[in-house]
Design a protein around this ligand. Structure first.
Ligand code: GDP
Length: 455
């Protein structure tokens, strides 16, 4: 019986003592690392804002900007000059939308910021999820232009959906950039109107405890890296607020988790893969296990994107897994772990707390969906609707609801088609964030509260 055999294996792996740390201390970064995501309704000015900020920080050299500006002028879309800095492909440039999560990093006085630029286009929400699932903090950009804030905030706009998504994926630090204030002559009344409306939603419905609002113009660059002179605002500029984001607990001390996001080369007894170390550390010749297949392997030929010889949480690495296993045992979505009491035990049943998006048909018991978590994508079923929750205070609203409709928050039990390597959000943030899609739409997102392992 394969299952019994695997269960036995898992028990042995979990019973084995933790692998002692090789290096006396984890690498201490000079500056705390913050993964920052920028979200907001399409055309709110996200790309322009971040492009301008990066330009002012001299992250992007003027020649690149000039080149983009030149190209933009040629195609008659000059206002997109800054936006283009972040957009990568020719196709995106022609369409004028940011399609994928671009990765740019920059430094503030006290932080190193990895910028995950999220697209605002409705079709691209899944890309945003990829970004959000790595984010420690977020900037929500809203458009202060008359009538435009309302478009993004009302039905069909993405402001609310993005905010709920952030919160449901465990992002708690939020700065709201009230953008394009140059179009309303830096009106205090307009800023206040937006702040009042949005903070009611963000605190009471989305559950952010203290969102911070900052007046900016991505176009003129005012209040981005330098405080501006406004008679009604003497608070920090956007850069100072970014510098104040707090890094999550350093995960280097935690147990090893490498989420495999690419399988490059398969040959006899070895597979070359790459992925991100979500927690812990790893070295060449380490003995590891591949989950959920519970296969032992040895790490060979490791290389990281930062050239270091030690590999810690936060690093993207490419490495060879060597051992006697079937190539199918290693897949995108597999997770590499070490033995010890805090090893990852794969499961197919999980208790999940989620937020349901704008969906036409409510979720009922037995409904099917696709589950996304780290690089994993797998069919799943909503097996139990446990209770619905009041989003503003977390109280239970209704036990065993018959359905979960749009906008609701709930705790459910789900079951995947086979065992997967995900776990409680509290054990590993990256492996505990999940989203659900159905018919090409994101229907819900949330965090794993616990995995329900078979007895
Ligand atoms: P995104 O879809 O949120 O990334 O928005 P973009 O950055 O592409 O900006 C959309 C449009 O708004 C572009 O035409 C920008 O030039 C314009 N825009 C962006 N920020 C500002 C701003 O602060 N003031 C003004 N007046 N226009 C802006």
């Amino acid at each position: 019986d394969l299952t019994a055999y695997r269960r036995n294996q898992l028990q042995n792996i979990a019973k084995a003592p933790s692998v002692p740390r090789k290096t006396p201390k984890p690498r201490v970064a000079e500056k705390d690392l913050i993964n920052l995501i920028v979200v907001g309704h399409v055309d709110a000015g996200k790309s322009t804002l971040m492009g301008h900020l990066l330009h002012d920080l001299e992250v992007i050299d003027t020649r690149t900007i000039d080149k983009f500006r030149h190209e933009a002028a040629r195609s008659g879309k000059a206002s997109f000059a800054f936006a283009w800095v972040l957009d990568e492909t020719e196709e995106e440039r022609e369409r004028g939308v940011t399609m994928d999560i671009g990765r740019t990093s920059f430094e503030t006085s006290n932080r190193r910021i990895v910028l995950l630029d999220a697209p605002g286009h409705k079709d691209f929400i899944s890309n945003m999820i990829t970004g959000t699932s790595q984010a420690d903090a977020a900037i929500l950009v809203v458009n202060a232009t008359t009538g435009e804030f309302e478009t993004g905030f009302e039905n069909g706009g993405q402001t609310k959906e993005h905010a709920l998504l952030l919160r449901s994926l465990g992002v708690t630090q939020l700065v709201v950039a009230v953008n394009k204030l140059d179009t309303v002559e830096w009106s205090f009344e307009r800023f206040e109107e937006i702040r009042n409306n949005l903070s009611v939603f963000l605190t009471r419905q989305a559950g952010f405890s203290k969102p911070i609002f900052v007046p900016v113009s991505g176009f003129t660059g005012e209040n981005l890296v330098k405080r501006m002179d406004l008679d009604w605002y003497d608070g920090p500029c956007l850069l100072e607020l970014i510098d104040n984001f707090v890094a999550p607990q350093p995960p280097s001390d935690g147990p090893l988790r490498i989420g495999i996001s690419d399988v490059h080369k398969v040959s006899a007894n070895q597979v070359v893969v790459s992925g991100k170390i979500e927690s812990g550390e790893v070295d060449k010749d380490d003995k590891v296990y591949i989950m959920p297949s519970v296969i032992p392997a040895t790490i060979k030929d490791c290389a990281s994107n930062n050239g270091s010889k030690h590999y810690f949480a936060g690093d993207y690495i490419m490495f060879t897994l060597q051992g006697t296993f079937e190539p199918e045992s290693v897949q995108v979505g597999s997770v590499v772990v070490k033995s010890g009491p805090d090893t990852l035990i794969p499961s197919r049943k999980f208790q999940v707390r989620l937020v349901v998006f704008e969906i036409a048909t409510p979720i009922i018991k037995g409904a099917k969906s696709e589950l996304y978590a780290h690089s994993l994508c797998i069919p799943c079923t909503f097996t139990k609707l446990i209770h619905t929750i009041n989003k503003s205070n977390g109280e239970v609203l209704k036990q065993k609801p018959r359905f979960i409709a749009k906008g609701m928050s709930a705790v459910v039990e789900i079951e995947t088609d086979h065992d997967v390597a995900i776990e409680a959000f509290t054990s590993c943030r990256a492996l505990g964030r999940v989203t659900f899609r159905s018919g090409g739409n994101t229907i819900a997102a949330g965090i794993v509260e616990k995995s329900i392992t078979p007895q």
